[in-house]
Design a protein around this ligand. Structure first.
Ligand SMILES: [Zn+2]
Length: 56
């Protein structure tokens, strides 16, 4: 049983998405689905100023 990093629900009950940062072997952070991942990114402002090299 794994809890979603965003909402705390059991990810196995949904369509889980796992995100790992850095090394491939690093422990992956679980989310219920892309909706929770997107909501987490949005809520924490993680997309702000992090885009690699896109000219806006
Ligand atoms: Zn969730």
């Amino acid at each position: 049983m794994t809890d979603c990093a965003y909402c705390g629900c059991e990810v196995e009950a949904h369509d889980p998405v796992y995100v790992s940062e850095g090394e491939p072997e690093a422990t992956a952070t679980p989310y219920c689905n892309y909706g929770c991942l997107a909501a987490h990114v949005e809520a924490d402002g993680l997309a702000v100023g992090t885009t690699c090299s896109v000219d806006l």
